[in-house]
Write a protein that binds this ligand. Structure first.
Ligand code: HEM
Length: 183
């Protein structure tokens, strides 16, 4: 995973639980990478899982809950760091339909990410999207949080139901997403 991902995790923990919380979690984690993360460099996924496990035991919070909340904030960070990519003048559904291209082309080009998640889409009705998510990291709670952050930033109320899950042995996670009318 990119250093940027670790930097965002640092930012999330520090802003939500305080800098001391992050410093304790970091100092008590035995990481392959040491304790400094440089945005464009790649660090082992296992270091993220070590930090995550330390964070959930230190903060006494359930893992999926932490991942979901982190994901929600992540999208707000992306909107801040990459305003050209997170262009809120685009129709929200069209933006969502483009996130595979964003990961496969834009993010790969910009950040040289080697291993981004893979999304597929079907567009069965004007207010619906069928989406699948695949990643060897199986971070679907994070993904679901990012969807909530997308909904916040684009001011596009959505709800989704999950019809398959990698954590339950399926090959990918599948979602039926409904775009609701704005306020
Ligand atoms: C609704 C929109 C999005 C969703 C659902 C989403 C989902 C995810 C997920 C779940 C991951 C974790 C890695 C994995 O699963 O293997 C991830 C990683 C990442 N995403 Fe997104 N993402 C979205 C939008 C964006 C945008 C707009 C950007 C950039 C502007 C972005 C940049 C990245 C980067 C840099 C990583 C780290 C990859 C790595 O370190 O290997 N994503 N994304």
């Amino acid at each position: 995973m990119k250093g940027m991902f670790f930097n965002n995790f640092d930012r999330y923990i520090s802003e939500t639980y305080g800098i001391e919380a992050w410093e304790t979690i970091l100092s008590e984690s035995d990481l392959e990478s040491g304790d400094v993360f440089i945005g464009p460099q790649v660090y082992p996924d296992s270091d993220f899982y070590i930090l995550l496990d330390k964070a959930i035991s230190y903060l006494k919070i359930e893992k999926n809950e932490l991942l979901k909340d982190l994901g929600r904030k992540l999208f707000h960070y992306y909107a801040e760091y990459f305003p050209d990519i997170v262009d809120t003048s685009i129709n929200p559904k069209q933006f969502l339909l483009s996130i595979n291209d964003i990961h496969q082309y834009e993010v790969k080009k910009l950040l040289k990410v080697a291993d981004p998640p893979i999304f597929t889409f079907e567009d069965p009705a004007p207010d619906k999207v069928l989406m699948t998510y695949y990643s060897k990291r199986k971070l679907c709670p994070l993904m679901e949080g990012i969807l909530l952050g997308f909904s916040d930033v684009f001011k596009a109320p959505i709800n989704f139901t999950k019809t398959a899950c990698m954590l339950k042995g399926d090959e990918q996670c599948s979602y039926e997403i409904t775009f609701n009318k704005r306020g």
